[in-house]
Design a protein around this ligand. Structure first.
Ligand code: FAD
Length: 650
């Protein structure tokens, strides 16, 4: 039996971004002793990098806004593949979650008459994003951390121990969810990044809130932690992933210099009036308005420009189409030879706003371009192109409770959970998603844990702890191919090389535009990488060893990449964040299908599966019909574009 330190908690939250912290606060407020574990430093998560704002129909900037309009926009953005109950709850509850942040100390930018200011973003009918300049995520995380500390101070007053009810374990990585013999969650297995020490947290409820998967792609806005860990943890624990083919390529990432390629250029630049032009100076987005959105977008530059001052009598400019549409348009312009010198297009805000307004409204963008690219955005255009940004696919959850399907005690919230955004997420809808479903996950996890009582808590299976420790240590004893095997005598595989090859494969073969033969090649290459990854070896010891950490992350990236490639090959249509050159149309029959990925070996034993054949099995499931009162929020002519004949008839 592996000797590792044990601790007992009621709820463990894996991830300390917006979703994780909101879940932890809720669980603690419900009386559950709650542990939060995060891979990087506390406060360093994607949430802190969010720039543009948080979407909530508060109707501060336009009185016609309301949850129904937000719901409609979200469903349209997701091309109706959204788990509609999640979209409904999200639209209804987002304003309360924003107000709640202010009661906890956040301060959003204000309108002249003192209300929370709201800005425009792609796909949102009215200005809806509450924001703090272009540093909204920083304020969100700062506030949630402040609330965490306030709760810890309360616990100190009552029990003399700050960490008795809510404790953060930073720079710790979870590598396995543990279960008891009845398949119920019993805890997590983790290692400390600094010391390499293993430990187990025993708990009957686990909330996964580990964010995204971007590091499987070469060009990405995501930072080093986003290796799809939570997605993989859920799969390995027996929970399915939903619609993993939908990956969002944000239209505007930096393209130059190469060292910063992929870093995000916030959509607020376009929301505040920035325009996209090609090398001929043309505002090309007017040529790319798809039929489903024709009535909602301006036909001329003059109308689009008038919309900023008079949105009730003009239509919005097509630069504010949903992200998938803009990313494809940029891709097409570059491919047609009308790109900028470094392979992007031009995004210009300098001719649209005075310099001092740009510096006030977009301070981070101003500094980002000045410092990283020596470009003054108040005087010249930026060069931008698509970058892998967000994953719509994720852990299949119950809409109301955030419970992961099929594994009692497992919950998921935030980017790692699937369903809310359908095939494409609208900007600003992630921060609101984190708060709405983070709170719900924390609430239900605490209620579940509390309902078990002391005697009903699942016991940790020691064999699983031993297996998790052995799995984590394997890279230290990895060997190259042995006698009789191809490439006999070669040293163990270098995890960095494997990672680079994986990123290149996903970028080139399962990227923004997909084709059947290329995805076939990607699956073959992934098979080869899986075989080689079993021999990924590292040198040195367990104290802060990034090569070892990457070797462990590779398992997760390979699993997630296989899910994306298999599902993308299966879905023979184009919809949202999944574009097939060989199936360019959106197919109403496909709206009825969800694709679920499960582990080929349901026990979670990867060594038992054939690495060449693959570790993932795909199945189809019919989407749940949208509730009639929600369908009634749309015009029939619009529904015809999305729903099949049978659905319309029903
Ligand atoms: P994250 O905030 O990503 O946090 C994940 C946490 O999980 C981290 O603490 C991480 O350390 C931890 N973790 C990961 N793996 C493990 C593991 N194995 N063990 C332990 N811990 C682990 N959305 C908007 O709505 N509006 C915006 O303006 C906006 N701007 C963005 C700008 C950028 C540059 C980026 C990258 C994203 C932006 N997004 C925006 C998207 C949004 O920020 C993210 O989708 C969202 O913050 C994800 O939050 P989360 O709580 O799910 O996870």
């Amino acid at each position: 039996m592996t000797q590792v330190e044990r601790q007992q908690w009621d709820v463990v939250v894996v991830g300390a971004g917006g979703a994780g912290l909101r879940a932890a606060i809720e669980a603690r407020e419900q009386g559950a002793r709650t542990a939060v574990i995060c891979k990087s430093l506390f406060g360093k998560a994607h949430t802190v990098m969010a720039e543009g704002g948080i979407a909530a129909a508060m109707a501060n900037a336009n009185e016609h806004d309301g949850w129904q309009v937000h719901f409609r926009d979200t469903m349209r953005g997701g091309k109706f593949l959204n788990q509609w109950r999640m979209a409904e709850l999200h639209a209804q509850e987002a304003p309360d979650r924003v107000w709640e942040l202010e009661t906890w100390g956040a301060l959003f930018d204000r309108t002249a008459d003192g209300r929370i200011s709201q800005r425009n973003f792609g796909g949102h009918e009215y200005p809806r994003l509450a924001h703090v300049g272009d540093r909204t995520g920083l304020e969100l995380i700062r506030t949630l951390q402040q609330k965490t500390v306030a709760l810890q101070q309360e616990d100190f007053r009552e029990r003399g121990d700050y960490e008795s009810g809510l404790k953060v374990f930073q720079e710790c990585t979870v590598t396995r969810i543990l279960k008891d013999e009845d398949g119920r969650v019993s805890g997590v297995f983790c290692y400390e990044r600094e010391s390499g020490r293993f430990f187990v947290i025993e708990a009957p409820a686990v909330v996964i809130s580990t964010g995204g998967i971007g590091k499987s792609f070469k060009v990405t806005s995501n930072s080093w932690e986003y290796t799809g860990d939570g997605h993989a943890l859920a799969l390995l624990a027996g929970a399915p992933l939903l619609n993993m083919e939908f990956v969002q390529f944000h239209p505007t990432g930096m393209v130059w210099p190469p060292s910063v390629k992929g870093i995000l250029v916030t959509e607020s630049v376009r929301g505040d009036g920035g325009v996209l032009r090609n090398s001929e100076g043309k505002r090309f987005m007017f040529d790319y308005i798809p039929d489903v959105f024709k009535e909602k977008y301006a036909e001329t530059e003059a109308e689009g420009d008038r919309w900023y001052d008079d949105p009730d009598h003009n239509r919005r400019p097509p630069e504010l189409l949903p992200r998938d549409e803009v990313a494809r348009a940029i891709n097409a312009e570059v491919k047609a030879g009308r790109g900028s010198p470094h392979g992007g297009v031009f995004l210009d805000v300098s001719t649209r706003m005075p310099a001092e307004v740009i510096r006030r409204r977009l301070p981070s963008m101003y500094h980002q371009f000045k410092e990283l690219a020596d470009v003054d955005i108040t005087a010249e255009a930026m060069e931008v192109g698509p970058t892998c940004h967000y994953v719509m696919g994720g852990i299949a959850v119950d809409s109301d409770s955030a419970a992961a399907r099929g594994v009692p005690g497992l919950y998921a919230a935030g980017e790692v959970a699937g369903g809310m955004h359908g095939s494409n997420r609208l900007g600003g809808n992630s921060l609101s998603d984190l708060l709405v479903f983070g709170r719900r996950a924390g609430l239900h996890a605490a209620q579940y844990a509390g309902g078990l009582g002391e005697g009903g808590r699942p016991a940790v299976d020691e064999d699983q702890v031993d297996a998790a420790a052995a799995e984590a240590l394997r890279p230290f004893s990895a060997e190259g191919p042995v006698e009789g095997e191809p490439d006999e005598g070669r040293p163990p595989e270098n995890p960095y090389t494997l990672h680079q090859e994986l990123q290149q494969t996903m970028n080139d073969l399962v990227g923004i535009i997909r084709r059947e033969p290329e995805m076939g090649q990607a699956l073959e290459k992934l098979g080869e990488l899986r075989v080689r990854a079993r021999r990924a070896g590292v040198e040195g010891h367990r104290q802060f060893n990034p090569g070892w950490h990457l070797a462990l992350d590779l398992r997760n990236m390979l699993l997630v990449s296989e899910c994306i490639a298999r599902a993308a090959l299966e879905r023979t249509e184009s919809r949202g964040g999944h574009t097939r050159e060989d199936w360019p149309e959106m197919d109403r029959q496909w709206r009825r299908a969800n694709l679920l990925c499960r582990l080929a070996d349901p026990t979670g034993n990867l060594a038992a599966t054939d690495p060449v054949r693959g570790q993932i099995r795909l199945s189809r499931e019919e989407t749940e019909p949208v509730r009639p009162d929600l369908l009634a929020l749309f015009e029939k002519e619009e529904l015809v574009k999305y729903l099949s004949e049978e659905e319309l008839h029903e």
